[in-house]
Design a protein around this ligand. Structure first.
Ligand SMILES: Cc1ncc(COP(=O)(O)O)c(C=O)c1O
Length: 441
């Protein structure tokens, strides 16, 4: 396949590169460069990388030819447009497979992790329905996993939603003892979208293999950030998302083990593309973007991890130095390097976010951020509703700079101090009292 850019693409790219030439990333031009000149003068600092990450320009580079000149349908067998698109898709499949140590034949492209989770959970459950109709998952899983399970419950399946420990980690003894002779699937997330906690996949995989139960993991957040190996970790099915790893939105993949073979009945009917697992025309430009994003992630994982961890440590230490009574939610050791979820006592998370006009953060999952309910994830860690309302999730990415983190520490400290000054609860806390000590008339 040729990957030459059309003259119009070339000129827009040279302009783009010129504008971003102050890059301090070792190999690439940075999208957020204007922030160096004056933070927040152009746009807010982006610290919401668990919601989504910006597209890596190297990924966009690989995608553009498939949107401009190589626009064939990868399933067209009768001309060079189709053949070229198919070749590009297969190259991407191999790139995704390499990142997780799988065979490319075990990788199926989807529209994202939501779809992959639906296909994996409903597909395995429905295929095994006659003999095994019990599934196990965690109370802290992503909505799309929980909702797939709830759907199955309405269809007559039995689902166990396991509680987690205070630090968000699975209780392995409880997990093992919850597996029954009719359990067909255990689904446990790799790295958590809200609290960043990384589950012990290898131990879970070993338990599932021993008990002859399929093991599915939602790896939307962990993929490309922390090493994962479907062989060593005994993973049978794995959901992946492109836009969390600096690839395009609207694309994902599902890993399905071939040996021992996992069989599933896909909930999607259609033309039988992706060997019947996900019917529908494969979105070649997006898939090529996902492959390129996996390729970059594999090559730069060590650099990315060290970068994100250093900035997260700086952020936490900076906040702790300025502000008393802050609590990190979720285990700090077993955690995504780029995730920090913090509760600021006596400060309502929503008010804090409103105050942080020049910093894009969230109080939790993007999928549930429209709801004013406290996070069900924090509640599952045993955090009371009041404190669950005081949390903010900071998501640090490959592109976050030290300057942005320092700006965030400064702004966040100022806003928290201001809100605490206005808070009667904070006054009580300073006197060593709580709401329970107040005499209501
Ligand atoms: C853990 C987890 N699973 C699934 C999803 C859904 O991914 P997608 O947007 O690719 O459907 C997300 C995204 O927020 C996520 O964080």
């Amino acid at each position: 396949m040729t990957s030459s850019l059309s003259p119009s693409c070339k000129s827009s790219f040279s302009l783009f590169y010129k504008r971003n030439k102050e890059a301090n990333h070792p190999t690439m031009f940075r999208l957020a460069r204007p922030l160096l000149a004056s933070i927040a003068e152009y746009r807010p600092v982006y610290l919401d990388s668990q919601a989504t990450a910006c597209l890596d320009p190297r990924v966009l580079d690989k995608m553009l030819p498939l949107m401009t000149e190589q626009y064939g349908n990868p399933h067209s067998r009768t001309h060079v447009y189709g053949w070229n698109a198919e070749e590009a898709v297969e190259k991407s499949r191999a790139q995704v497979a390499k990142l997780i140590n799988a065979n490319p034949k075990e990788v199926f492209f989807t529209s994202g992790a939501t779809e992959s989770n639906n296909i994996a959970i409903k597909g395995v459950a429905n295929f095994n329905k006659a003999k095994k109709n019990h599934l196990i998952t965690l109370q802290t899983e992503h909505k799309c996993v929980l909702d797939s399970c709830r759907y199955l419950e309405m269809e007559g399946f039995e689902v166990t939603y396991l509680p987690v420990q205070k630090n968000g980690m699975v209780d392995l003894t409880l997990l093992e003892s919850s597996i029954k002779p009719n359990t067909c699937l255990v689904s446990v997330m790799f790295a958590h979208n809200e609290i960043g906690v990384i589950q012990p996949l290898r131990d879970i995989g070993a338990i599932c293999r021993k008990k002859k139960v399929f093991f599915h993991t939602d790896a939307a957040q962990g993929l490309g950030k922390v090493p994962i190996d479907v062989e060593k970790d005994n993973i049978d099915l794995m959901s992946m998302s492109s836009h969390k790893i600096y690839g395009p939105k609207g694309c994902g993949a599902l890993y399905v083990r071939r040996r021992p073979r996992v069989r599933l009945r896909s909930p999607i009917s259609g033309g039988g593309q992706e060997r019947g697992i996900r019917s529908g025309t494969v979105a070649a430009p997006l898939v090529v973007g996902m492959g390129a994003a996996c390729d970059v992630a594999l090559r730069e994982m060590d650099r990315d991890r060290a970068h994100c961890l250093a900035l997260r440590t700086r952020l936490l230490e900076g906040l702790e130095k300025r502000l008393p009574h802050i609590v990190v939610n979720g285990d700090l050791e077993n955690r995504l390097p780029g995730n920090l979820n913090v509760s600021f006592s006596c400060v309502e998370g929503e008010s804090l976010m409103m105050g942080l006009k020049n910093i894009a953060v969230s109080s939790g999952s993007a999928c549930t951020s429209a709801s004013l309910e406290p996070s069900y994830v924090l509640r599952a860690l045993g955090i009371d509703a009041e404190n669950a309302h005081t949390s903010i999730r900071f998501g640090i990415s490959r592109f976050t700079t030290q300057k942005e983190v320092d700006y965030t520490i400064e702004e966040c400290s100022k806003v928290v101090e201001r809100l605490r000054d206005m808070s009667p609860l904070w006054d009580l806390m300073q006197e060593g009292k709580t709401l329970a000590d107040v005499q209501w008339r």
